[in-house]
Design a protein around this ligand. Structure first.
Ligand SMILES: Nc1ncnc2c1ncn2[C@@H]1O[C@H](COP(=O)(O)OP(=O)(O)O)[C@@H](O)[C@H]1O
Ligand SMILES: [Mg+2]
Length: 245
């Protein structure tokens, strides 16, 4: 049994609402309303099929709402050029979606579009996800699942996003890699001021990492607030039941 460390995030260090979701609905989510505070980590919990992934897709326009509005820095996300939006609001999935080629090919893809790739950039990105620089020239198909996932994460970081949307990114990883990824998330928030919205089915992880938590059920955000309040003073019967497992 590995004892996971408890993280000490600067809770609500900023009161700036970086993302505001106002009464958003589509086929899979209903009346969703919340804000993401700049420089905080918010976790999303809830049963399978609750609409967690569907909600994340709306935030960088892989889907669009039928009703309601989503603002990033006070501006409707549909008013940003889509490539600019997706650079600023990066997404990582449970499965690494890398393309064939070397690790460096994958890492430099986004920045190259902006002509912003420096040769030492790849080494810095690998350092962040704690992979040695020798990995740059490796073919991604020769990496383990956990290594690929870290490369996928580094590739998203290559765009220097302000917001990270993470969909069960540690679900398929071994305990040591989970620990390492959690350290990275902690640094991204506390040292770099990133804003993170993270779906996890690991309730201990949601509690360990989150300053704020959204509980989703049947397409709705049924409860939201400070993570400690949701975990220790759940209001709804559904959340109580869910936490009891
Ligand atoms: N591509 C899709 N087409 C049709 N239904 C979908 C699709 N993706 C998800 N759903 C349905 O939408 C609901 C919410 O799914 P999802 O957002 O994946 O939930 P979660 O991530 O919380 O498990 C579920 O009922 C699911 O079956
Ligand atoms: Mg999901």
């Amino acid at each position: 049994m590995v004892l996971m460390k408890q993280f000490d995030f600067k809770k609500g260090s900023s009161m700036n609402k970086l993302i505001e979701v106002e009464n958003v609905s589509n086929e899979r989510v209903t009346g969703v309303q919340f804000s993401l505070m700049e420089g905080s980590l918010t976790t999303i919990i809830g049963p399978s099929g609750a609409g967690k992934s569907s909600l994340l897709l709306l935030l960088n326009r892989l889907e669009d709402p039928d009703e309601g509005k989503i603002h990033f820095k006070g501006k409707n996300i549909s008013d940003f050029p889509i490539s600019e939006l997706r650079r600023n609001i990066g997404m990582v999935f449970q499965q690494a979606h890398l393309f064939d080629g070397t690790v460096e090919d994958n890492l430099k893809f986004g920045p190259s579009l902006q002509k912003k790739w420096e040769p030492n950039e790849g080494v810095k990105l690998l350092e962040k996800v704690q992979l040695p620089k020798e990995f740059l020239t490796k073919e991604v198909e020769n990496l383990s699942g956990g290594e690929q996932q870290r490369v996928a994460f580094a590739r998203t970081l290559a765009n220097n996003p302000e917001v990270l949307l993470l969909d069960e990114v540690t679900s398929a990883l071994d305990m040591r890699t989970v620990d390492l990824m959690e350290d990275l998330l902690h640094k991204l928030v506390n040292e770099e001021g990133k804003t993170i919205l993270m779906i996890t089915h690991d309730l201990k992880q949601a509690e360990r990492l989150g300053s704020y938590t959204l509980f989703m059920n049947e397409g709705r955000v049924e409860e939201q607030g400070k993570t400690t309040e949701l975990f220790y003073q759940p209001k709804s019967a559904t959340l109580k039941h869910f936490l009891e497992g």
